[in-house]
Ligand binder design. Structure first.
Ligand code: FES
Length: 107
């Protein structure tokens, strides 16, 4: 089911943003005219991915450096403290759709 998330122009101005849909925090990012949606809660210890760093089509959690692919949610780099890597699960991603300047997320 599609849920309204925000105005497309809000993303143009801020490039990444957190929204809460049906009680689920989701990070949206606008990259090369495509809108990606991924669970905002890091699968490691729940850090907010929208406060992390987005590069190419990946987001890096600022707490322990876990890196996720925004397209698939796959783990690109596990969480780590120093050289010690910690188990990190795949993140959930969501399909997005833009209709009349509004961004919708399928949940
Ligand atoms: S909470 Fe995100 S890497 Fe630890």
């Amino acid at each position: 089911m599609l849920h309204y998330a925000l105005e497309y122009n809000d993303l143009v101005n801020e490039f990444k943003k957190k929204v809460v849909i049906e009680g689920t925090p989701i990070m949206l990012a606008l990259l090369a005219d495509k809108v990606y949606a991924i669970q905002d809660k890091c699968t490691h210890l729940g850090g907010s991915l929208s406060k992390g760093v987005v590069e190419n089509t990946e987001v890096k959690c600022r707490l322990h450096g876990a890196k996720f692919d925004l397209k698939t949610g796959n783990v690109v780099d596990k969480a780590h403290i120093g050289f010690i890597k910690m188990p990190t699960k795949k993140a959930k991603t969501f399909r997005t759709e833009i209709v009349d300047g509004k961004v919708f997320i399928e949940i």
